[in-house]
Design a protein around this ligand. Structure first.
Ligand SMILES: O=C(O)COP(=O)(O)O
Ligand SMILES: [Mg+2]
Length: 232
C-alpha cells in the first residue's frame, strides 16, 4: 500500500498545520529567477535559464544569489562579489515581489483546513522583509496565527527549530504538528523534529521529484491535506 493510501485508511491526529511559502503556497520562482537574472545582467554577467535558477531556490535568498553567481549549489563566491550582488538582487526582488500568485487550490485548501478547525501557521526560509509584505499583499496573512520566516529564529529549515517553536506556540505535541512543504529542507526539518510531513509535487525541490524525499505522503495540492488527517 502506498504511504498516501495508508494515511487515507489511518488518518494522522493533527492539532495544527504549518505550511511552507515558496513553492507550496506561492509561485514565487518566476520573480526570484527574474530578479537573479536582472542582477546578473546589471553585473555584466551571462543570464541563466529559469529552470536552473529555480533549482537554486529553497535555502533562502543568500544561497540563491551565491548559486546564481557561481553556477554551483554549494560553492562560496568571492565575498566582495557577493556583497556587491546581494543589494542588486534585493532591489529587483523588492520591485517584483507582489507579482507572485498562489498555486491552484491554495485559497480553497486554506479555507477548508480553517473550516475543519485546524490552527494554521507558515514556516518559510524567506526573510521577514519579504515574507510579511508578500503574505499581506496576496491576502494570505489572515490565515496564519504564527509566521516564522528564515530570520525570525536563530535557525531555519532544515534545522528543526522553527517546527519545535511552532509546536510550542500551538501548545501541541510535535507529533500533532503537520508540515506541508515542497522540498528537501522541509523533509529534513520535519524528520529532525519528528513531525509528520506531506509534500506537494509542483514546488521547488532543486529539480528533483518529491517522491524521492523521506516524507509521509505526496498530495496534488492543498485540497489533498484534509482526507489524510483528523483533529487531535
Ligand atoms: O526562500 C527560499 O529559498 C525558500 O523558501 P521556503 O522555505 O518558503 O520554500
Ligand atoms: Mg518551499
Amino acid at each position: 500500500m502506498s504511504l498516501k493510501a495508508n494515511l487515507q485508511a489511518n488518518p494522522i491526529s493533527i492539532a495544527a498545520i504549518v505550511i511552507d511559502l515558496d513553492g507550496t503556497l506561492l509561485h514565487t520562482a518566476p520573480e526570484l529567477a527574474e530578479s537573479a537574472n536582472r542582477m546578473l545582467r546589471d553585473m555584466g554577467r551571462a543570464p541563466a535559464s529559469q529552470e536552473l535558477l529555480m533549482s537554486y531556490i529553497g535555502n533562502g535568498i543568500h544561497w540563491l544569489v551565491k548559486r546564481a553567481l557561481t553556477g554551483d549549489m554549494h560553492a562560496e563566491p568571492d565575498a566582495a562579489l557577493f556583497d556587491q550582488a546581494l543589494p542588486i538582487f534585493e532591489k529587483h526582488y523588492t520591485e517584483l515581489l507582489l507579482e507572485s500568485r498562489p498555486f491552484p487550490n491554495v485559497v480553497a485548501g486554506l479555507d477548508a483546513m480553517k473550516a475543519a478547525g485546524f490552527r494554521l501557521g507558515c514556516i518559510t526560509n524567506k526573510v521577514e522583509r519579504y515574507t510579511t509584505p508578500l503574505l499581506k499583499g496576496i491576502d494570505l496573512a489572515h490565515y496564519f496565527e504564527i509566521v516564522l520566516a528564515g530570520d525570525t529564529l536563530p535557525e531555519k529549515k532544515p534545522h528543526p527549530m522553527p517546527l519545535l517553536h511552532a509546536a510550542k506556540f500551538f501548545g501541541c505535541p510535535i507529533e500533532q504538528l503537520l508540515l506541508v512543504g515542497d522540498s528537501l529542507s522541509d523533509a529534513q526539518a520535519a524528520r529532525a523534529a519528528t513531525c509528520p510531513i506531506i509534500c506537494v509535487p509542483y514546488g521547488y525541490n532543486h529539480g528533483e521529484p518529491v517522491e524521492t524525499l523521506d516524507i509521509d505522503a505526496v498530495i496534488p495540492d492543498l485540497m489533498g491535506v484534509l482526507p489524510l488527517i483528523k483533529r487531535a
